[in-house]
Ligand binder design. Structure first.
Ligand SMILES: [Zn+2]
Ligand SMILES: [Zn+2]
Length: 313
């Protein structure tokens, strides 16, 4: 993960030229100045209200009079700063194309269930880690990193490439370099993704197991959490459309979680102690923080070389 990639010599490292969210400093408009003025008034009103409060003997918090004084000092420092420019974020084409960062490199032998295009045995996923709201070939509602998927023949690659300097400046979607030891498991579709009659049968089945069977379908059998290639996605907000433009369905290619919870049922046997000790605590082995739950990448079932769909959940 996130490490050097086998790369064709002579092929330049990919760069993103799409508009993405960048920090900008622009001249302040009349609306900005009006907003500043109203902000100052609001802070002054709050400071007046705080200083009018009676003292609370025994309270451990900051006395209201001190808080009011602090607010007035901060407001005065802010008002005395020149308000000619505003720092904000906006969607903009980067002045220079941004180097993409490696996400994962998997060999066909690592993920025997996955369908590789004819003549390829190496899957590489890279992305531009910035926040995009439009990526060609992707669902119009896409918000998040812009991915690039390469299917390659590893026998033709001898050279390793690393991203150039300056890659990966947005830390939340830049992963930590690590080696994966894949383990094959079976999971099942998220309850929400099942047709109603099946959901009802599942409920009946749960009821038949008694008051506390020690597991439940959604948490212990469906949509395994953690970093995975293939299987079924966890849909915290309900299932999303994953069809390809060619008319075929798409399958889950890769799921990158925002941290891993130490639930014993899905934790590898060698990590069970950690699961018990960690309880509900999150671990971040991939260093990924760019989603609330996970990023799911789907590829076409008919032809994996078709554009992927990515969902940031
Ligand atoms: Zn980008
Ligand atoms: Zn397709």
């Amino acid at each position: 993960m996130a490490g050097p990639m086998l790369w064709p010599s002579g092929e330049p490292w990919p760069r993103c030229q799409l508009p993405h969210m960048v920090e900008i400093e622009r001249p302040a408009t009349a609306e900005d100045l009006e907003l500043f003025r109203r902000g100052d008034e609001e802070v002054a009103r709050l400071a007046d209200r705080l200083s009018a409060l009676p003292p609370e003997p025994g309270s451990r918090g900051m006395p209201a009079a001190t808080a009011a004084q602090l607010l007035r000092m901060l407001a005065s420092a802010s008002a005395n700063r020149p308000r000619t420019t505003v720092r904000t974020s906006a969607m903009a084409v980067p002045p220079k194309p941004v180097p993409m960062v490696p996400v994962v490199q998997l060999r066909a032998a690592d993920i025997p269930h996955a369908r590789f295009p004819e003549g390829t045995d190496l899957l590489q996923i890279l992305w531009c880690p910035h926040w995009h709201n439009a990526v060609p070939g992707m669902d119009e509602h896409h918000r998040g990193p812009a991915p690039m998927v390469c299917w390659r023949d590893s026998t033709k690659l001898t050279h390793h490439a690393t991203p150039p300097d300056g890659a990966g400046t947005d830390g939340r979607s830049v992963l930590s370099t690590c080696v994966i030891s894949p383990e094959q498991i079976t999971d099942y579709p998220d309850t929400e993704a099942l047709p109603d009659p099946l959901q009802e049968r599942l409920e009946d089945w749960h009821d038949s197991l008694g008051p506390d069977p020690g597991f439940d379908y959604r948490n212990d059998l469906a949509a395994a959490p953690g970093l995975k290639a293939g299987g079924w996605p966890y849909w915290p907000h309900g299932p999303r459309p994953v069809g390809c433009a060619c008319g075929a369905d798409r399958d889950l290619l890769l799921s990158i979680p925002n941290g891993e919870r130490g639930t014993p049922s899905w934790t590898p046997l060698e990590d069970q102690t950690r699961a018990v000790e960690g309880g509900e605590e999150f671990h971040h082995p991939t260093g990924f923080h760019g989603a609330r739950d996970a990023v799911h990448i789907f590829s076409c079932r008919q032809d994996p070389a078709h554009p992927v769909q990515i969902y940031v959940e």
